[in-house]
Design a protein around this ligand. Structure first.
Ligand code: OMD
Ligand code: FE2
Length: 443
Protein backbone atom coordinates (compact mmCIF):
# COMPACT_ATOMS: atom_id res chain seq x y z
CA UNK A 1 0.00 0.00 0.00
CA UNK A 2 1.45 3.37 -1.00
CA UNK A 3 2.15 5.66 1.94
CA UNK A 4 -0.97 7.71 2.67
CA UNK A 5 -0.77 11.48 2.98
CA UNK A 6 -2.48 13.48 5.71
CA UNK A 7 -3.21 17.07 6.67
CA UNK A 8 -2.05 18.01 10.14
CA UNK A 9 -3.91 19.92 12.87
CA UNK A 10 -6.95 19.59 15.12
CA UNK A 11 -10.13 21.22 13.79
CA UNK A 12 -8.30 23.30 11.18
CA UNK A 13 -9.89 24.84 8.11
CA UNK A 14 -8.51 22.37 5.60
CA UNK A 15 -8.78 22.23 1.85
CA UNK A 16 -7.81 19.30 -0.34
CA UNK A 17 -8.02 18.40 -4.02
CA UNK A 18 -7.34 15.00 -5.51
CA UNK A 19 -4.15 15.68 -7.53
CA UNK A 20 -5.81 14.08 -10.58
CA UNK A 21 -8.11 17.12 -10.79
CA UNK A 22 -6.20 20.36 -10.13
CA UNK A 23 -8.47 23.35 -9.63
CA UNK A 24 -11.44 21.21 -8.53
CA UNK A 25 -12.08 23.44 -5.49
CA UNK A 26 -14.09 26.48 -6.57
CA UNK A 27 -12.25 29.71 -5.91
CA UNK A 28 -13.76 32.44 -3.75
CA UNK A 29 -17.19 30.82 -3.26
CA UNK A 30 -18.80 27.55 -2.21
CA UNK A 31 -21.71 27.24 -4.65
CA UNK A 32 -20.77 28.34 -8.15
CA UNK A 33 -23.47 28.09 -10.77
CA UNK A 34 -21.42 25.35 -12.38
CA UNK A 35 -18.63 23.69 -10.37
CA UNK A 36 -15.20 22.89 -11.85
CA UNK A 37 -15.07 19.57 -13.75
CA UNK A 38 -18.89 19.42 -13.67
CA UNK A 39 -18.93 18.38 -9.99
CA UNK A 40 -21.83 18.79 -7.55
CA UNK A 41 -21.39 20.92 -4.41
CA UNK A 42 -22.72 19.42 -1.16
CA UNK A 43 -22.39 20.75 2.39
CA UNK A 44 -22.06 18.51 5.44
CA UNK A 45 -23.08 20.41 8.59
CA UNK A 46 -21.64 19.14 11.85
CA UNK A 47 -23.08 21.94 13.96
CA UNK A 48 -26.18 24.12 13.86
CA UNK A 49 -25.74 26.86 11.24
CA UNK A 50 -25.95 29.35 14.07
CA UNK A 51 -23.31 27.94 16.44
CA UNK A 52 -20.67 30.42 17.59
CA UNK A 53 -17.59 30.43 15.35
CA UNK A 54 -15.53 28.50 17.92
CA UNK A 55 -17.86 25.50 17.67
CA UNK A 56 -19.19 25.92 14.13
CA UNK A 57 -18.34 22.91 11.96
CA UNK A 58 -19.07 22.23 8.32
CA UNK A 59 -17.35 20.99 5.21
CA UNK A 60 -18.03 21.36 1.51
CA UNK A 61 -17.70 18.41 -0.86
CA UNK A 62 -17.23 18.67 -4.63
CA UNK A 63 -18.42 15.29 -5.82
CA UNK A 64 -19.34 13.37 -8.94
CA UNK A 65 -22.93 12.74 -7.77
CA UNK A 66 -24.65 14.13 -4.68
CA UNK A 67 -25.44 11.80 -1.77
CA UNK A 68 -29.14 12.33 -2.27
CA UNK A 69 -29.22 10.04 -5.33
CA UNK A 70 -30.17 6.82 -3.60
CA UNK A 71 -33.12 4.44 -3.26
CA UNK A 72 -35.26 4.72 -0.10
CA UNK A 73 -33.89 3.41 3.19
CA UNK A 74 -35.22 0.09 4.43
CA UNK A 75 -34.64 -1.65 7.74
CA UNK A 76 -31.29 -3.43 7.96
CA UNK A 77 -31.26 -6.57 10.02
CA UNK A 78 -29.54 -5.55 13.19
CA UNK A 79 -27.14 -7.93 14.88
CA UNK A 80 -25.84 -6.81 18.27
CA UNK A 81 -26.06 -3.05 18.10
CA UNK A 82 -28.65 -1.65 20.48
CA UNK A 83 -29.67 1.42 22.44
CA UNK A 84 -32.13 -0.47 24.57
CA UNK A 85 -30.77 0.27 28.01
CA UNK A 86 -33.47 -1.79 29.72
CA UNK A 87 -32.58 -5.25 28.44
CA UNK A 88 -31.33 -6.39 31.84
CA UNK A 89 -31.76 -5.13 35.40
CA UNK A 90 -29.28 -2.49 36.62
CA UNK A 91 -26.22 -4.01 38.28
CA UNK A 92 -23.73 -1.87 40.22
CA UNK A 93 -21.10 -4.60 40.58
CA UNK A 94 -17.55 -4.22 39.37
CA UNK A 95 -17.40 -5.92 36.01
CA UNK A 96 -14.52 -7.31 34.04
CA UNK A 97 -14.60 -9.02 30.68
CA UNK A 98 -12.08 -11.47 29.26
CA UNK A 99 -10.92 -10.58 25.74
CA UNK A 100 -13.94 -10.36 23.46
CA UNK A 101 -13.84 -13.22 20.97
CA UNK A 102 -13.22 -12.65 17.28
CA UNK A 103 -14.86 -15.24 15.03
CA UNK A 104 -12.62 -16.75 12.37
CA UNK A 105 -13.63 -16.00 8.79
CA UNK A 106 -13.93 -19.75 8.18
CA UNK A 107 -16.50 -20.05 10.96
CA UNK A 108 -18.41 -16.84 10.37
CA UNK A 109 -17.65 -13.93 8.07
CA UNK A 110 -18.22 -10.63 9.81
CA UNK A 111 -17.41 -7.08 8.79
CA UNK A 112 -17.16 -3.92 10.88
CA UNK A 113 -20.92 -3.19 10.69
CA UNK A 114 -22.18 -6.64 11.59
CA UNK A 115 -19.37 -6.95 14.13
CA UNK A 116 -20.52 -4.04 16.30
CA UNK A 117 -21.63 -5.23 19.74
CA UNK A 118 -23.05 -2.70 22.16
CA UNK A 119 -21.65 -3.30 25.64
CA UNK A 120 -23.09 -0.43 27.65
CA UNK A 121 -24.41 3.08 27.37
CA UNK A 122 -26.91 5.67 28.50
CA UNK A 123 -29.00 8.47 27.14
CA UNK A 124 -30.95 9.07 24.06
CA UNK A 125 -30.18 9.71 20.43
CA UNK A 126 -33.40 11.68 19.94
CA UNK A 127 -32.70 14.26 22.61
CA UNK A 128 -29.07 14.22 21.43
CA UNK A 129 -27.55 13.45 24.79
CA UNK A 130 -25.83 10.20 25.63
CA UNK A 131 -23.15 7.65 24.88
CA UNK A 132 -22.75 4.05 23.84
CA UNK A 133 -19.69 1.83 24.16
CA UNK A 134 -19.37 -0.86 21.51
CA UNK A 135 -16.87 -3.62 20.88
CA UNK A 136 -16.10 -4.45 17.27
CA UNK A 137 -14.74 -7.73 15.98
CA UNK A 138 -14.28 -8.26 12.25
CA UNK A 139 -12.56 -10.68 9.91
CA UNK A 140 -13.88 -9.39 6.58
CA UNK A 141 -13.71 -6.03 4.83
CA UNK A 142 -16.81 -4.04 4.01
CA UNK A 143 -17.29 -4.66 0.30
CA UNK A 144 -19.41 -2.13 -1.59
CA UNK A 145 -21.01 -0.91 1.54
CA UNK A 146 -20.42 1.99 3.87
CA UNK A 147 -21.77 3.24 7.17
CA UNK A 148 -22.64 6.65 8.49
CA UNK A 149 -23.84 7.54 11.93
CA UNK A 150 -26.78 9.94 12.10
CA UNK A 151 -26.74 9.67 15.90
CA UNK A 152 -23.30 10.89 16.79
CA UNK A 153 -19.54 10.53 16.57
CA UNK A 154 -17.52 7.33 16.70
CA UNK A 155 -14.16 7.31 18.46
CA UNK A 156 -12.55 4.06 17.29
CA UNK A 157 -9.75 2.38 19.28
CA UNK A 158 -8.25 -0.56 17.36
CA UNK A 159 -6.77 -3.18 19.66
CA UNK A 160 -5.88 -5.90 17.16
CA UNK A 161 -5.40 -5.51 13.41
CA UNK A 162 -5.01 -2.33 11.42
CA UNK A 163 -7.99 -0.69 9.72
CA UNK A 164 -7.90 1.01 6.35
CA UNK A 165 -10.83 3.39 6.57
CA UNK A 166 -12.08 4.83 3.34
CA UNK A 167 -14.02 8.03 3.99
CA UNK A 168 -15.61 10.68 1.83
CA UNK A 169 -12.62 12.87 2.75
CA UNK A 170 -9.98 10.28 1.77
CA UNK A 171 -8.20 7.29 3.30
CA UNK A 172 -7.07 6.76 6.89
CA UNK A 173 -4.85 3.90 7.99
CA UNK A 174 -5.38 3.31 11.70
CA UNK A 175 -3.21 0.82 13.56
CA UNK A 176 -3.43 -0.40 17.15
CA UNK A 177 -2.10 2.36 19.44
CA UNK A 178 -3.69 4.92 17.13
CA UNK A 179 -7.29 6.11 17.39
CA UNK A 180 -9.58 7.80 14.93
CA UNK A 181 -12.75 9.85 15.12
CA UNK A 182 -15.40 9.57 12.44
CA UNK A 183 -17.94 12.25 13.14
CA UNK A 184 -21.69 12.37 12.70
CA UNK A 185 -22.81 11.86 9.11
CA UNK A 186 -19.43 10.98 7.58
CA UNK A 187 -19.58 7.94 5.33
CA UNK A 188 -16.90 5.35 5.80
CA UNK A 189 -16.02 1.81 4.81
CA UNK A 190 -13.60 -0.35 6.80
CA UNK A 191 -11.05 -2.69 5.26
CA UNK A 192 -9.42 -5.26 7.56
CA UNK A 193 -6.35 -7.45 7.11
CA UNK A 194 -7.20 -10.58 9.07
CA UNK A 195 -8.90 -10.66 12.43
CA UNK A 196 -9.55 -7.26 13.96
CA UNK A 197 -10.87 -6.15 17.32
CA UNK A 198 -11.31 -2.85 19.09
CA UNK A 199 -13.46 -0.48 21.07
CA UNK A 200 -15.83 2.27 19.98
CA UNK A 201 -16.99 5.21 22.06
CA UNK A 202 -20.05 6.82 20.54
CA UNK A 203 -21.29 10.21 21.74
CA UNK A 204 -24.61 11.69 20.74
CA UNK A 205 -25.01 15.41 20.35
CA UNK A 206 -21.53 16.83 20.89
CA UNK A 207 -18.13 16.55 19.25
CA UNK A 208 -14.80 15.69 20.81
CA UNK A 209 -12.51 18.59 21.72
CA UNK A 210 -8.99 18.86 23.02
CA UNK A 211 -9.10 19.55 26.76
CA UNK A 212 -8.11 23.01 27.94
CA UNK A 213 -4.62 23.06 29.39
CA UNK A 214 -5.06 25.71 32.10
CA UNK A 215 -1.83 26.27 34.02
CA UNK A 216 -0.06 23.57 31.98
CA UNK A 217 0.38 26.25 29.34
CA UNK A 218 0.24 26.33 25.57
CA UNK A 219 1.71 22.88 24.91
CA UNK A 220 1.33 19.35 26.15
CA UNK A 221 -0.97 16.34 26.39
CA UNK A 222 -2.25 15.67 22.86
CA UNK A 223 -0.76 18.42 20.70
CA UNK A 224 -3.05 19.69 17.90
CA UNK A 225 -0.55 19.14 15.10
CA UNK A 226 -0.43 15.40 15.76
CA UNK A 227 -4.04 14.97 14.64
CA UNK A 228 -4.10 13.82 11.02
CA UNK A 229 -6.90 14.22 8.48
CA UNK A 230 -7.06 12.46 5.09
CA UNK A 231 -6.47 14.13 1.75
CA UNK A 232 -9.09 14.04 -1.00
CA UNK A 233 -9.31 10.79 -2.93
CA UNK A 234 -12.09 9.75 -5.30
CA UNK A 235 -13.23 6.81 -7.33
CA UNK A 236 -15.63 7.20 -10.26
CA UNK A 237 -17.08 3.75 -9.98
CA UNK A 238 -20.44 2.47 -11.15
CA UNK A 239 -21.65 -0.46 -9.08
CA UNK A 240 -24.23 -2.33 -11.16
CA UNK A 241 -24.97 -4.81 -8.38
CA UNK A 242 -25.68 -1.94 -6.00
CA UNK A 243 -23.65 -0.04 -3.44
CA UNK A 244 -25.22 -0.19 0.02
CA UNK A 245 -25.19 2.87 2.26
CA UNK A 246 -26.09 2.01 5.85
CA UNK A 247 -27.28 4.65 8.26
CA UNK A 248 -27.36 4.30 12.01
CA UNK A 249 -30.39 6.37 12.86
CA UNK A 250 -32.05 6.56 16.29
CA UNK A 251 -30.15 3.47 17.35
CA UNK A 252 -31.36 1.37 14.42
CA UNK A 253 -29.69 0.47 11.13
CA UNK A 254 -31.17 1.26 7.73
CA UNK A 255 -29.79 0.45 4.29
CA UNK A 256 -30.24 2.11 0.95
CA UNK A 257 -28.98 1.14 -2.48
CA UNK A 258 -27.34 3.29 -5.11
CA UNK A 259 -25.47 2.42 -8.28
CA UNK A 260 -22.26 4.34 -7.60
CA UNK A 261 -19.51 4.54 -5.03
CA UNK A 262 -20.10 7.25 -2.40
CA UNK A 263 -16.33 7.83 -2.29
CA UNK A 264 -16.64 10.19 -5.22
CA UNK A 265 -15.43 13.40 -3.59
CA UNK A 266 -12.84 15.02 -5.85
CA UNK A 267 -12.18 17.98 -3.57
CA UNK A 268 -13.34 19.23 -0.20
CA UNK A 269 -12.75 22.05 2.21
CA UNK A 270 -13.86 22.80 5.73
CA UNK A 271 -13.25 22.15 9.40
CA UNK A 272 -15.52 19.11 9.81
CA UNK A 273 -13.44 16.07 8.90
CA UNK A 274 -12.35 12.70 10.28
CA UNK A 275 -8.99 12.46 11.99
CA UNK A 276 -6.57 10.01 13.57
CA UNK A 277 -4.05 10.35 16.38
CA UNK A 278 -1.10 8.19 17.44
CA UNK A 279 -1.20 7.68 21.22
CA UNK A 280 2.61 7.54 21.25
CA UNK A 281 2.59 11.29 20.62
CA UNK A 282 0.87 12.05 23.92
CA UNK A 283 3.05 14.34 26.03
CA UNK A 284 2.54 13.01 29.53
CA UNK A 285 2.33 15.47 32.41
CA UNK A 286 2.53 13.92 35.86
CA UNK A 287 3.60 14.34 39.44
CA UNK A 288 7.33 14.89 40.04
CA UNK A 289 7.10 15.36 43.80
CA UNK A 290 4.59 13.28 45.78
CA UNK A 291 1.06 11.84 45.61
CA UNK A 292 -0.92 10.33 42.78
CA UNK A 293 -2.40 12.87 40.37
CA UNK A 294 -5.94 12.27 39.13
CA UNK A 295 -6.19 10.51 35.76
CA UNK A 296 -7.69 13.58 34.11
CA UNK A 297 -4.06 14.59 33.45
CA UNK A 298 -4.11 11.91 30.76
CA UNK A 299 -7.14 13.22 28.86
CA UNK A 300 -6.66 12.97 25.10
CA UNK A 301 -10.10 14.15 24.02
CA UNK A 302 -13.23 15.31 25.80
CA UNK A 303 -16.88 15.48 24.80
CA UNK A 304 -18.22 18.21 27.06
CA UNK A 305 -21.67 18.34 28.63
CA UNK A 306 -23.35 21.67 29.28
CA UNK A 307 -22.23 21.56 32.91
CA UNK A 308 -18.86 23.28 33.28
CA UNK A 309 -16.04 20.77 33.75
CA UNK A 310 -18.32 17.74 33.41
CA UNK A 311 -17.81 15.52 30.38
CA UNK A 312 -20.37 13.38 28.64
CA UNK A 313 -17.28 11.32 27.95
CA UNK A 314 -13.54 11.71 28.26
CA UNK A 315 -11.03 9.58 26.42
CA UNK A 316 -8.12 9.04 28.81
CA UNK A 317 -4.96 6.96 28.31
CA UNK A 318 -2.33 5.49 30.64
CA UNK A 319 0.85 5.68 28.55
CA UNK A 320 4.39 4.55 29.37
CA UNK A 321 6.08 7.13 31.62
CA UNK A 322 8.38 7.60 34.61
CA UNK A 323 7.08 7.13 38.14
CA UNK A 324 9.13 9.26 40.55
CA UNK A 325 6.78 10.30 43.37
CA UNK A 326 8.44 10.27 46.81
CA UNK A 327 6.80 8.76 49.94
CA UNK A 328 3.79 7.87 47.82
CA UNK A 329 1.61 4.86 47.09
CA UNK A 330 2.17 5.12 43.35
CA UNK A 331 -0.54 2.97 41.72
CA UNK A 332 -4.09 4.30 41.29
CA UNK A 333 -5.73 4.98 44.64
CA UNK A 334 -8.82 3.22 45.96
CA UNK A 335 -11.68 5.06 44.47
CA UNK A 336 -15.39 5.76 44.39
CA UNK A 337 -16.38 8.06 41.58
CA UNK A 338 -19.51 10.01 40.63
CA UNK A 339 -18.57 9.15 37.03
CA UNK A 340 -18.64 5.78 35.20
CA UNK A 341 -15.26 4.30 34.27
CA UNK A 342 -15.01 1.86 31.37
CA UNK A 343 -11.46 0.65 30.76
CA UNK A 344 -9.87 -1.24 27.89
CA UNK A 345 -6.36 -2.49 27.25
CA UNK A 346 -4.65 -2.20 23.87
CA UNK A 347 -1.45 -3.96 24.97
CA UNK A 348 0.62 -4.83 28.02
CA UNK A 349 -0.36 -4.89 31.69
CA UNK A 350 -2.33 -2.22 33.53
CA UNK A 351 -0.53 -0.99 36.63
CA UNK A 352 -3.43 -1.56 39.07
CA UNK A 353 -4.12 -5.11 37.84
CA UNK A 354 -1.13 -7.03 36.57
CA UNK A 355 -3.21 -10.17 36.04
CA UNK A 356 -6.76 -10.74 34.91
CA UNK A 357 -7.23 -7.56 32.88
CA UNK A 358 -6.11 -8.60 29.42
CA UNK A 359 -5.59 -6.88 26.07
CA UNK A 360 -8.87 -6.93 24.17
CA UNK A 361 -10.91 -7.24 27.37
CA UNK A 362 -12.61 -4.55 29.40
CA UNK A 363 -13.78 -3.44 32.81
CA UNK A 364 -16.57 -1.26 34.09
CA UNK A 365 -16.60 0.49 37.44
CA UNK A 366 -19.96 2.17 37.58
CA UNK A 367 -21.06 5.32 39.36
CA UNK A 368 -19.92 5.13 43.01
CA UNK A 369 -18.84 1.48 42.75
CA UNK A 370 -15.66 1.00 44.78
CA UNK A 371 -12.57 -0.14 42.89
CA UNK A 372 -8.80 0.15 42.95
CA UNK A 373 -5.61 -1.89 42.92
CA UNK A 374 -5.97 -5.61 43.48
CA UNK A 375 -4.50 -7.16 46.62
CA UNK A 376 -1.24 -8.17 44.91
CA UNK A 377 -0.67 -4.68 43.62
CA UNK A 378 -1.33 -3.14 47.04
CA UNK A 379 1.17 -5.44 48.76
CA UNK A 380 3.85 -4.81 46.18
CA UNK A 381 3.44 -1.03 45.96
CA UNK A 382 3.30 -0.56 49.75
CA UNK A 383 6.70 -2.19 50.11
CA UNK A 384 8.36 -0.98 46.92
CA UNK A 385 11.66 0.92 47.14
CA UNK A 386 10.74 4.32 45.72
CA UNK A 387 13.27 4.82 42.98
CA UNK A 388 12.50 6.41 39.63
CA UNK A 389 11.00 3.62 37.59
CA UNK A 390 9.39 3.12 34.22
CA UNK A 391 5.65 2.62 34.57
CA UNK A 392 3.47 0.91 31.96
CA UNK A 393 6.37 0.09 29.65
CA UNK A 394 4.94 -1.63 26.56
CA UNK A 395 1.44 -0.94 27.84
CA UNK A 396 -1.48 1.16 26.64
CA UNK A 397 -4.58 1.09 28.78
CA UNK A 398 -7.36 3.60 28.30
CA UNK A 399 -10.54 4.77 29.96
CA UNK A 400 -13.84 6.06 28.64
CA UNK A 401 -15.02 8.11 31.61
CA UNK A 402 -18.57 9.38 31.55
CA UNK A 403 -20.82 11.47 33.76
CA UNK A 404 -23.70 9.25 32.63
CA UNK A 405 -24.74 6.22 34.62
CA UNK A 406 -24.50 3.42 32.10
CA UNK A 407 -26.61 0.32 31.55
CA UNK A 408 -24.95 -2.88 30.43
CA UNK A 409 -26.62 -4.74 27.56
CA UNK A 410 -27.76 -8.34 27.49
CA UNK A 411 -24.82 -9.04 25.20
CA UNK A 412 -22.43 -7.61 27.80
CA UNK A 413 -24.02 -9.45 30.73
CA UNK A 414 -24.78 -12.79 29.11
CA UNK A 415 -24.45 -13.40 25.39
CA UNK A 416 -20.77 -12.55 25.04
CA UNK A 417 -19.93 -15.06 27.78
CA UNK A 418 -16.80 -13.09 28.64
CA UNK A 419 -17.89 -11.62 31.97
CA UNK A 420 -15.49 -12.71 34.72
CA UNK A 421 -17.80 -13.72 37.58
CA UNK A 422 -14.84 -13.92 39.96
CA UNK A 423 -13.59 -10.37 39.45
CA UNK A 424 -14.50 -9.29 43.00
CA UNK A 425 -12.09 -11.89 44.34
CA UNK A 426 -9.06 -9.82 43.34
CA UNK A 427 -9.82 -7.59 46.35
CA UNK A 428 -10.86 -10.40 48.75
CA UNK A 429 -7.44 -10.87 50.28
CA UNK A 430 -6.96 -7.20 51.15
CA UNK A 431 -6.48 -7.41 54.89
CA UNK A 432 -6.39 -4.93 57.75
CA UNK A 433 -2.98 -3.68 58.83
CA UNK A 434 -4.47 -1.40 61.49
CA UNK A 435 -2.54 -1.26 64.72
CA UNK A 436 -3.53 1.48 67.19
CA UNK A 437 -0.20 1.03 69.02
CA UNK A 438 1.86 1.71 65.96
CA UNK A 439 1.96 5.48 66.39
CA UNK A 440 3.55 7.74 63.74
CA UNK A 441 6.97 8.99 64.82
CA UNK A 442 6.77 11.94 67.24
CA UNK A 443 3.12 11.37 68.30
O1 OMD B 1 -7.96 2.32 37.44
C1 OMD B 1 -8.85 3.17 37.47
O2 OMD B 1 -9.86 3.05 38.13
C2 OMD B 1 -8.62 4.48 36.73
C3 OMD B 1 -7.91 5.44 37.59
C4 OMD B 1 -6.55 5.61 37.45
C5 OMD B 1 -5.87 6.47 38.28
O3 OMD B 1 -4.55 6.62 38.12
C6 OMD B 1 -6.53 7.15 39.28
C7 OMD B 1 -7.89 6.99 39.41
C8 OMD B 1 -8.58 6.13 38.58
O4 OMD B 1 -9.91 6.00 38.66
FE1 FE2 C 1 -11.18 4.74 39.01
Amino acid sequence: MAELKYLSGFGNEFSSEDPRCPGSLPEGQNSPQVCPYGLYAEQLSGSAFTCPRSTNKRSWFYRILPSVRHKPFVTYEQKNLTHNWDEVEPDPNQMRWKPYQIPTAAAHKQDFIDGLYTLCGAGDTRSRNGIAIHIYTANTSMIDRCLYNSDGDFLIVPQQGKLLILTEFGKLLVEPNEICVIQQGMRFSVEVFGEARGYVLEVFGVHFELPDLGPIGANGLANPRDFLTPVAWYEDRTVEAGYTVISKYQGKLFSSEQDFSPFNVVAWHGNYAPYKYNLENFMVINCVAFDHADPSIFTVLTAKSLRPGVAIADFVIFPPRWGVADHTFRPPYYHRNCMSEFMGLIKGHYEAKEEGFQPGGGSLHSVMTPHGPDAGCFEKASKAKLEPERVAEGTMAFMFESSLSMAVTKWGMETCQRLDKNYYQCWESLRSYFNPNNKPLGK
